[in-house]
Design a protein around this ligand. Sequence first.
Ligand code: ADP
Ligand code: MG
Length: 251
Amino acid sequence: MSALSLQGVTVEYRGVPAVSNVSLDVAAGTVTAIVGPSGSGKSSLLLAINRLHALDGHARVRGRVYLGGDDAAGLDDYTLRRRVGLIFQRPTPFPLSIAENIAFPLRAHGVHRAEIPARVEAALQRAALWVEVKDRLSAPARSLSGGQQQRLCIARAIALDPEVLLLDEPCASLDPLSTARVEDALVALSGTTTLLLVTHNLGQARRLASQVACLWPGEPGGTLLDVGPVARVFTQPAAPVLEAWFAGRTG
Ligand code: ADP
Ligand code: MG
């Protein structure tokens, strides 16, 4: 059974599709990259999985999302967002200390006080940040570099043990060295957490993912032109526009 399954998912804003009829299965403990030009509906698709499109009164989602076999429509927001974490392009740490960024949501989700320090350390370890911050846990999160802040956000998201972690261009605001550290953290996570990674960076998709899904802007809305194993999609893509893009002739 897939950790995450999208079946005919369409996201519309004011009746206009941003992304149309996407079906995609993600096996547990694997990394799937979603690549595609700007405007192909990558962010809309991720927000729909976590039902955050509901924050926009004009957005509507059709199709089905299954999480470990459960229809996501049958889960309340609280349960859905505990089971599916989301990381944005720009790091979004709370204006709190490094440790509190993780402790606060743990407490909010009812984790016992006595367990919190060990859970904070474990999350920072899994996000490959512990060594850099263990001696400054009470320093403000905002005092960290961008790449460290992004790994802190990953630690915060995985502290609640989500089955699936959605990442929307998590390295787009980072320099190459910070990007490499975030990639290290994602490699460490893969295997235990199922990752769905939107990235503009085709090299990053090749490095991290086993499966790649290619969205392309269209009328009406982005469509999935190809999905399959990274080695096949990048060498023999299903559409000529993808071949041109991968070869660097477009985009
Ligand atoms: P990507 O992440 O691939 O760049 P998006 O999901 O952000 O694509 O956008 C896909 C399409 O949906 C674009 O045409 C964009 O203008 C439109 N869109 C995105 N968000 C909204 C919104 N909140 N309201 C109206 N249109 C939107
Ligand atoms: Mg986007």
